[in-house]
Design a protein around this ligand. Structure first.
Ligand code: CP
Ligand code: NVA
Length: 311
């Protein structure tokens, strides 16, 4: 509905708003959360796919901020029997102050948002995972204290996580490189948008099919599963395209900056996209990223409801 703002992809925030989320999350993590910023607010979590981190980080953040939530699995809703997405958006948004949704198709999320009177937050779709990118950038900020001049390299599938990370890096002014096999690159339209944003913020962008080129000089080496939720039918073909060249190994890490950290959104498939010794080694910050999901989501909700007042 016109006037209501949503967080469906990273670019739904301005650069200033994005940086305000990171700063607020950093403060919340150090000094604690305001216990009443969601007082009287009811948030529904509507999930079409499984989740560990997103579900529990959101519900914990909402509770700590004084709000109330309900978790709705799509299989238990009339959606499962074919109720149109627009009716779900029109009806649920009359009951709640916000919808946090994990969907199979990004187009459904857009339709839900277009029919919602209250903010819709993307908890992962096939094209974007913006809440993950907020947590990733807080992790980068904690370790480097800045974004300018920091290089983040993604090796693997140009998927939802890669797209949101790319959007977040260029918006924040961090350099971003990505190595994917031909056929698995981030969508062309996202690449063009990122180049436009990078031209404004001064971020450097590199697209290649060569993992060694992508990680050269990188402060962070990031990967994600080769077979995302919803792509199981392509599993064999995908594993053939990615393994072994796009696996993050000790050898590949040695080509990055000497103090480079390893990042992963989790869940991890040790032995597929990353060697176990890298995922579980001293350079890995994946558990910090997972923790930061809660701090950045708390910051986002606090800003939406108590500062920016999207509703
Ligand atoms: N990283 C992430 O979104 O994890 P879940 O699928 O467990 O929520
Ligand atoms: N790319 C993965 C991320 C899971 C958090 C997926 O969509 O399944």
């Amino acid at each position: 509905m016109s006037g209501t703002r949503h967080f469906l992809e990273v670019y739904d925030l301005s650069r200033e708003e994005f940086l305000e989320v990171i700063r607020t999350a950093h403060r919340f993590k150090r000094f604690g959360y305001p216990s009443d910023s969601l007082k009287g607010r009811f948030i529904a979590l509507l999930f079409e796919k499984p989740s560990t981190r997103t579900r529990v980080s959101f519900t914990s953040a909402i509770s700590r901020l004084g709000g109330v939530f309900d978790y709705l699995s799509s299989s238990e809703l009339q959606l499962a029997r074919g109720e149109p997405v627009y009716d779900v958006g029109r009806v649920l948004s009359r009951y709640v102050h916000g919808l946090v949704c994990r969907v199979r198709r990004h187009t459904d999320l857009v339709e839900l948002a277009e029919n919602s009177r209250v903010p819709v937050v993307n908890a992962l779709s096939d094209r974007h995972h913006p809440c993950q990118a907020l947590a990733d950038m807080l992790t980068v900020y904690e370790l480097k204290g800045r974004f300018e001049g920091v290089k983040v390299a993604f090796v693997g599938d140009g998927n939802n996580v890669a797209t949101s990370l790319m959007q977040a890096c260029v918006l924040a002014g961090a350099d971003f490189s990505i190595a994917s096999p031909v056929g698995y690159w981030v969508p062309e339209e996202e690449r063009r948008k990122a180049e436009r944003v990078a031209a404004e913020t001064g971020a450097k962008l590199t697209f290649t099919d060569d993992p060694v080129e992508a990680v050269r000089g990188a402060d962070f080496v990031y990967t994600d599963v080769f077979v995302s939720m919803g792509f199981e039918a392509e599993a064999q073909e995908r594993l053939r395209a990615f393994i072994p060249r796009y696996r993050v190994t000790e050898e590949l890490m040695s080509k990055a900056s000497p103090d480079a950290r390893f990042m992963h959104c989790m869940p991890v498939k040790r032995g597929e996209e990353v060697e176990a010794s890298v995922a579980d080694g001293p350079r890995s910050v994946m558990y910090d990223q997972a923790e930061n999901r809660m701090h950045t989501e708390a910051a986002l909700l606090h800003l939406i409801y108590s500062v920016w007042r999207w509703i």
